[in-house]
Each structure stands twice: as structure tokens, then as C-alpha cells.
Design a protein around this ligand. Structure first.
Ligand SMILES: [Zn+2]
Length: 839
């Protein structure tokens, strides 16, 4: 059936474009008319989604706009379909400008009421952020069609709502899944879940190109897709955002309200409207006799989701989950014996989306008024934040750039000032603040987002967390932070959005060479410089030049031996961090010709990938080296290691992985190290490699009450089991500041301290022949997040970063992934050093 339709569709599309002006009043085409198959008959590749969206916009230009907003890493165009009533579309900019007034705390109640009654609300639907949860993008096309033609289910909706349809927020992931599925499907879909069309190969279509989970990235914005979408957010200022997902195919359908834990900072109306939308969806599903559930499993705590982040901006952010997922293929036999088809999955998302639109339309004035009142109370009763630049100014600059990218307002002090301030634990108390101190006011339109991202701890009023329970950005960046009452200091200047990025700065003229401080940003620039053929050395002891003390780990870039140094330093970004020196003779400490100043070469690196490797951990390494360092490496399947010539590498990196990623490769890796190589292994990869390196992993907590746990009831047992886990906490670790692995990682006030995001239960036992470069103190302190007292005690004097020489080489093990989601900068210098300063 579908085959015979293809030529017809192909013939139809050019005809449609040709007849645009004449056809504007005709009924817009259905997806079936354009694509040639009915809902769920096949997966629509991304090009098909674009094709239909363009056809719809061409046929109904007064109601539908195709709005590109960016591009993925693989070059696919990101776009939104804007659907509005023709007269609203004509004056869309004015409508959105009036709605934007509702986001401002200073807008009066009267003005807000006027806008709320006269203006439409804005609903933003995001489909397919997880590329292999693919039914939602099929539904998106049908919802768009219904809106464009005024179908009965959505009749009148456009009188009260502007709808933004983002039909595929992760096009690279979608096409990875859809292309794979098409390559393994036979003439008919096979519903047997054991057949290969239900078993996606590594890494799967969930992730974007660099294997990031974009539904964890909203608050960090590390990925292009996220950043480009957020850049449009402030134009739309949506009141409702729905993120359409899929879950295991034996489940049913989930919609809001969410379950605990819920970030307590949300205004009441977010939760109230979550229940109201839940009721509207329930009615629609009841009419069809479909099953669903609410208020279980999906929480609203971690700020990087497509429900929690929009909610922090004042929208009603919600997640809808349909049973299905990559394992469901086009049809799958469920454990209850029923067959679940792609068509059914898509119809459920279609129905929930339209029920949500009807509920929005029915209550839009109230919704807009609630949204405005939330803006008026954002950050009320909260203290402001002060962020103080340290000796490595790139840390605070990177943090400020992050906050600006999120839309948060930041100001910079024009002069020094005194203030009664409360220091974050781990940073020194102070009452005087220098010029250049940054301030983030809690009372601003995105006050709730600012407070959530910056405060030491977001209270977790539950015994469970679906994700990490801590993320406080001052610790993530290693920036000294303080809370103060509003109204401190003298003059403040707003920080523009773009100026926070360092950009290309001309390198100074160098008589003898450059000195560059150690640190994540600078070391990245040194790596790019080495990659471009430059030469660099590192000081392994401190020295004073020009009255300034340069710590161990400082880079020396000699003028001699570096052709066209200034130009190359500028081109590779090193210029932003370089200070020139005119002599090699120090005022104090070592001279630049010392044997303690060693040449560093660009290492040849392999990174283990493939089955058993955590895709996101590999992906973060890939992005970090490829995009941030501009450094090539060989990705190698774990199963290929044993047969490969490892002698061409200086460093092999093992991302977070299960033991099966290394099965059969242990001996080859051991010989590689003994012949002079270095293995750097992270989290699960480190645990898997520890035995080969003869490094002891600490045993799980001794459970003295094991017997009572086995006898406990089911709920109590679940609670206790949760206490055995560490979902992600912030803790301080003690560094060995003289060790090359720790260069550039310490804090100003205490070079022997940094902060880590610790998950799971892995720590290493200190022992003979092992150098413990970073470890938890004897009585570890939790700075933020959930951990049971017994697990915290268990970390005491446990190794977080250990290294050991084996033969002529060495092994470096990290207890956690230092690049986790790429937002935790404090541990990045440690990884850079492990890769760069080893061989
Ligand atoms: Zn999902």
C-alpha cells in the first residue's frame, strides 16, 4: 500500500508549492497527502518532517510559519512551526512584545490584567528530544495539520493561543534511529521483542551527535541544539511547555502532575496548572478508554529537564511519556500479549497535545495573569549572590557566561565595597569586595532559575531523587561565592550577553616568551597551540616574574623555537591568557631554564568506545576534545583493543563503562602501560580497570543492620536501598598541590582543595605504590545533595584520583567522570593534566 503512494506524494509536493498563492484559501494538505503514508505506517525521517512542515507553511502562510532557528552538529536545520490566527500572525511581534511585559517584575497588576485578557497565551511543544522516542514527531505533524485546518478537536484554540511546534528537537538522534530501523526492518514489522529491530546498537538514537542527553542539558546549555533553542525562548516566553517522550513499551501513558521531589521554589500555580492539565488529558483518554497514570515516577527537581527548566522561567513545564521507545519498533508484542503499534503511540501524543491546547485556551487569561504574578514574586525574600574573581579569572568569566546564556542578568561592581556577607562553606569569609566582583540579584525575572542554579543547596523534601541531587554552580566552577542582602555596593554595570565570552584576543609581543596560568580554559588553549605545531613547557615548581607569583603548573611558551609565535598564539586562543616575560631569570623560585621546566608534547590519544561504554561519558570526552580543545583522537571499540597496535598512542582513555567494555583487552592495556603508555580511566571504566592495575576499590558500606533490612517491609526496604546509593553530591576533596595531576585545580584560599560531584559508590583504597592525588578527608563534609551518614563516613580517606606507575608507564583512575554532562569545570584541569602531563 505504502509503496504505491510514494510516486503520488512526490508528484504532489511541487504542485503544492506552485499553487501557493491560489491555494491559500484551500484546505491545507494532510501529512498523508504530502508524505504518502498514513499515521504510523512508517517512521518519518527528518527530511520528511521538514518537507511536510514546509508544505503546510506554503499552503497556509497566513496561519503557519516555518521558522528556522539553528543547525545541528550534523548540519540539519532546526526549526519551529509557528501557528496563529491570521490577524495575530500579522501583528505577532506586537503581541509577543506585550506578552514580554508579563515577564517583568515591574509591570503593574493593572497592565498585566489588560494584556492577559486581550492577548493569546503561548504554548511551546517540543517533540522527540530523545531521538529513539520517535512517535511524538509523527504526532506533531498531525497536530500542526489540525491547527492549520481548524479541525473539530482544536476549533477555536487559535483564538486564545499561539502554538510553537518544535517537531524534532534532536534531529541527529532521530535520523540515527530511523535510518537504522529502516535498515533492519523486513517487508512487515516483526513484533517479536527478541528480533533485532527491537535492539538498537550502541550508542542508540536517544542522544544528539556528541551523545549528550539533551533532556539533561537545559540548565547547562553545553550543546548547540540547547543554546539555539534557548536563544529563541525569550521571544516566545511560553506559558506552557510540553516535552513529549516515550518510556518502556509495557507501560501506558504518563502526564502531569509530577511526583516528589519537586523544587520548592516553583510558584504554586505551576503545580496547580499541572493538575489542571492532568485532568484535561485524563478526560480525553477516558473517552477513548486508554490507560494512563499521573503523579508517579517523573519528578521536578533536577533543573536540566524540559519540564523543570521551563517551569523555572514561569511556564507550566510538563513531560508526557508514551509507552514505546526504541525497543518498540513499529509494532511490538507487550508482556500482556497485546501488540503496541507506532500508530497507537502517535495517536496518544496527538490526543494529549490537543487536550492540552484546549485546556490552555479555556483558561488562557488566568494563565497569563498567573504567569505575570509569578514574575512579580521571582526571587522574593532571597538574598543576592556575589561572585569574586580569583587569581584564575577564567573561572568566574566562564560562570558569568553560563548565567548570561541562561538569560540571567549579571552585574559587575564599578568599585570596591564592604558588605556583610555569608561565604559558601569551603570559601573564606570576607567583608570587603573588590571592583570587578559580580552580582546576581535574586529579584529579577529569572530569579527562580538564578537561585536554583547558584544556591548552595536546593532543598530535597523527599527520600528519593531521579537524578543528581546537587549542582550548585559556584562549586562547579570553583568560584568564591557569597550571599548578601539586596542593595549592597555602589555602582554596578550590567554584563552584556556576549562580552562574557573571551573571544580572540591578540597575544602580546613576547621578548623571551609567555607565561600562562594553569587551569581548564588555559590548558585547553595550550592544547590547541600544541596541536597547531607550537611548543610549550610546564613549570613543576612556583616562580616569581614581574612581581607576580606563578604557581606550579604554569605554562612557559618560549619565543625561541616557536615560529611566528604571536600570530599562532592569537589564532589558537592562547593570546587571551598569555603574559609576556622578557627574561628567564626569576625574582624568586626556579628559572625558566631549570630542569623543573619540562617540555610537553601533544599526546596521541585513543578513547575507548562501543558496547559497554556509557555513551554520554564517551560523548562528553568527544565533545571536550573535538569542540573545546580542537584535538584529534582515535575512537576505538573496546573489542578492537586487543588486536590493535597500541604503541602508536601515548594515552588511552577509558570513559565510564561496564566491565564488558574491556573484556579481553585487559592484557593488551597492561602491556601498553608497561611499555610506557598511560591509561586514564573514569568512574565505571576505572572500576573495571582497577584490578588489572592492582589498585584496590573500597568495599561497599558494611551494613550492620542487614538482617533487619531483609525483614523490613517493601517501602522501608526501598528507602533503605536508596540510602545505599549516592545520586550525586558535592563534596570537597584534598589535593596534593605539588603533583602534576593537580596543577591548576586548587582553590585560591586553599591550593590543596577542590570540589567534586560524586556519584555512585566508587572510591579507591590508598596503598603502597599508589599516589593519591585527590581524596576525601577523614571526616568528609557534604556541601550539597543527598547522602546517608554511613555512605558519607565510608568516603573517609578514600581516593578520588589515584595514580600508579607500572613498568615504564602509569595508570590514572578517577572515581567519577570529571566531564559529567560537561558542566562541572572544577575537575576538568585534573583530566587535562592526566592526558597532557603524563607521558
Ligand atoms: Zn525521553
Amino acid at each position: 500500500m505504502a509503496r504505491s503512494l510514494i510516486p503520488r506524494a512526490a508528484a504532489l509536493v511541487p504542485a503544492l508549492f506552485a499553487a501557493v498563492s491560489a491555494a491559500a484559501q484551500q484546505a491545507p494538505p494532510s501529512p498523508e497527502q504530502v508524505l504518502g503514508y498514513a499515521l504510523g505506517e512508517r517512521f518519518t525521517p527528518y527530511s520528511g518532517v521538514q518537507q511536510y512542515a514546509r508544505a503546510l507553511a506554503a499552503a497556509a502562510p497566513d496561519r503557519v510559519r516555518y521558522q528556522p532557528y539553528g543547525q545541528t552538529y550534523e548540519g540539519r536545520e532546526l526549526f519551529q512551526l509557528v501557528v496563529a490566527r491570521p490577524d495575530v500572525m500579522q501583528r505577532l511581534d506586537a503581541v509577543l512584545a506585550a506578552n514580554a511585559e508579563l515577564t517583568r517584575p515591574e509591570t503593574s497588576v493593572a497592565r498585566a490584567a489588560q494584556v492577559a485578557s486581550g492577548n493569546p497565551a503561548v504554548v511551546y511543544f517540543s517533540y522527540g528530544v530523545h531521538g529513539n522516542e520517535s512517535s511524538s514527531s509523527e504526532a506533531a505533524l498531525w497536530t500542526a495539520w489540525d491547527l492549520a485546518r481548524g479541525a473539530a478537536d482544536v476549533r477555536g484554540v487559535l483564538d486564545s493561543v499561539v502554538v510553537i511546534i518544535d517537531p524534532v528537537t534532536n534531529p541527529d538522534g532521530r535520523d540515527r534511529y530511523v535510518n537504522w530501523f529502516r535498515s533492519v526492518r523486513g517487508e512487515r514489522p516483526n513484533p517479536d521483542p527478541q528480533s533485532r529491530e527491537h535492539r538498537e546498537p550502541w550508542p542508540g538514537g536517544r542522544y544528539n551527535h556528541y551523545l549528550f542527553d539533551l533532556n539533561r542539558d537545559w540548565s547547562w546549555g553545553t550543546q548547540r541544539e540547547t543554546r539555539q533553542r534557548l536563544a529563541t525562548w525569550w521571544r516566545w516566553n511560553p506559558q506552557v511547555h510540553v516535552d513529549f517522550h516515550e518510556m518502556g513499551y509495557n507501560s501506558s501513558y504518563f502526564f502531569f502532575p509530577a511526583t516528589a521531589p519537586i523544587n520548592p521554589i516553583y510558584p504554586d500555580y505551576v503545580l496547580k496548572w499541572g493538575r489542571r492539565f492532568g485532568q484535561a488529558n485524563a478526560q480525553a483518554f477516558d473517552r477513548q478508554g486508554w490507560s494512563y497514570y499521573t503523579a508517579e515516577e517523573f519528578d521536578l527537581f533536577y533543573p536540566g529537564y524540559g519540564d523543570s527548566w521551563p517551569s523555572l522561567t514561569g511556564a507550566i513545564g510538563m513531560t508526557y511519556e508514551q509507552a514505546g521507545h526504541g525497543a518498540a519498533g513499529q509494532a511490538v508484542t507487550r508482556s500482556d500479549g497485546d501488540t503496541l503499534t507506532l500508530r497507537e503511540r502517535a495517536m496518544h501524543h496527538w490526543a494529549s497535545g490537543e487536550a492540552t491546547l484546549r485546556a490552555t485556551a479555556a483558561g488562557k487569561s488566568q494563565l497569563l495573569a498567573d504567569y505575570a504574578s509569578a514574575a512579580r514574586t521571582a526571587g522574593a525574600g532571597e538574598q543576592d549572590f556575589l561572585l569574586v574573581p580569583g587569581t584564575d579569572p577564567t573561572r568566574v568569566q566562564a560562570l558569568v557566561a553560563h548565567l548570561r546564556m541562561q538569560g540571567i542578568e549579571v552585574e559587575r561592581a564599578n568599585g570596591g565595597f564592604g558588605a556583610g556577607a555569608r561565604a559558601y562553606p569551603g570559601f573564606p569569609q570576607r567583608s570587603q569586595f573588590p571592583a570587578g566582583t559580580y552580582r546576581v540579584r535574586a529579584r529579577q525575572r529569572l530569579g527562580r532559575l538564578a537561585v536554583t542554579l547558584l544556591q548552595q543547596e536546593t532543598p530535597l523534601r523527599a527520600s528519593f531523587s531521579y537524578d543528581i541531587s546537587a549542582w550548585s554552580l559556584p562549586y562547579a566552577y570553583g568560584v568564591a561565592a557569597y550571599r548578601v542582602n539586596p542593595g549592597q555596593g555602589g555602582g554596578w554595570s550590567p554584563v552584556p550577553a556576549a562580552a562574557a565570552e573571551p573571544g580572540n584576543v591578540n597575544a602580546p609581543v613576547a621578548a623571551y616568551g609567555y607565561l600562562v596560568l594553569p587551569g581548564a580554559e588555559q590548558t585547553g588553549a595550550v592544547m590547541r597551540f600544541l596541536d597547531a605545531g607550537g611548543r610549550a613547557r610546564v613549570l613543576s615548581k612556583p616562580a616569581t616574574f614581574g612581581g607576580r607569583r606563578w604557581p606550579a603548573g604554569t605554562w612557559f611558551i618560549p619565543a625561541r623555537g616557536n615560529d611566528s609565535l604571536q600570530a599562532r598564539a592569537t589564532r589558537t586562543g592562547l593570546g587571551a591568557y598569555a603574559s609576556s616575560v622578557s627574561t628567564g631569570h626569576s625574582e624568586d623560585g626556579i628559572d625558566l631554564g631549570s630542569e623543573n621546566v619540562r617540555a610537553v608534547k601533544r599526546p596521541r590519544v585513543a578513547v575507548v568506545s562501543g558496547d559497554g561504554v556509557d555513551p554520554s561519558s564517551f560523548g562528553a570526552l568527544w565533545f571536550f576534545m573535538d569542540q573545546q580543545l580542537g584535538m584529534n583522537f582515535d575512537a576505538m571499540d573496546g573489542s578492537a583493543l586487543a588486536g590493535a597496535d597500541l604503541s602508536v598512542y601515548d594515552v588511552v582513555v577509558i570513559p565510564d563503562a561496564s566491565p564488558r567494555a574491556l573484556r579481553g583487552a585487559e592484557e593488551a592495556l597492561k602491556q601498553f602501560v608497561q611499555r610506557g603508555g598511560r591509561v586514564v580511566a573514569l568512574a565505571g571504566g576505572a572500576e573495571a580497570f582497577a584490578a588489572t592495575a592492582e589498585i584496590k576499590v573500597r568495599e561497599a558500606a558494611k551494613d550492620s543492620a542487614a538482617r533487619s533490612r531483609y525483614l523490613a517491609g517493601r517501602e522501608e526496604r526501598e528507602r533503605q536501598e536508596f540510602r545505599q546509593e549516592v545520586p550525586g553530591i558535592i563534596a570537597s576533596v584534598t589535593l596534593d598541590p605539588a603533583h602534576p595531576l593537580a596543577f591548576g585545580a586548587g582553590q585560591d584560599a586553599n591550593p590543596a582543595q577542590t570540589f567534586v560531584l560524586h556519584q555512585g559508590s566508587l572510591v579507591f583504597e590508598p596503598g603502597e605504590g599508589i599516589e593519591t592525588v585527590a581524596y576525601f578527608g577523614a571526616a568528609p563534609q557534604r556541601l550539597s545533595g543527598v547522602i546517608s551518614p554511613e555512605n558519607l563516613r565510608r568516603l573517609g580517606q578514600g581516593g578520588w584520583l589515584v595514580t600508579k606507575e607500572m613498568g615504564r608507564g602509569s595508570v590514572v583512575l578517577f572515581a567519577d567522570d570529571p566531564l559529567f554532562r560537561l558542566f562541572w569545570r572544577s575537575s576538568q584541569p585534573l583530566l587535562l593534566n592526566a592526558i597532557l602531563l603524563g607521558p
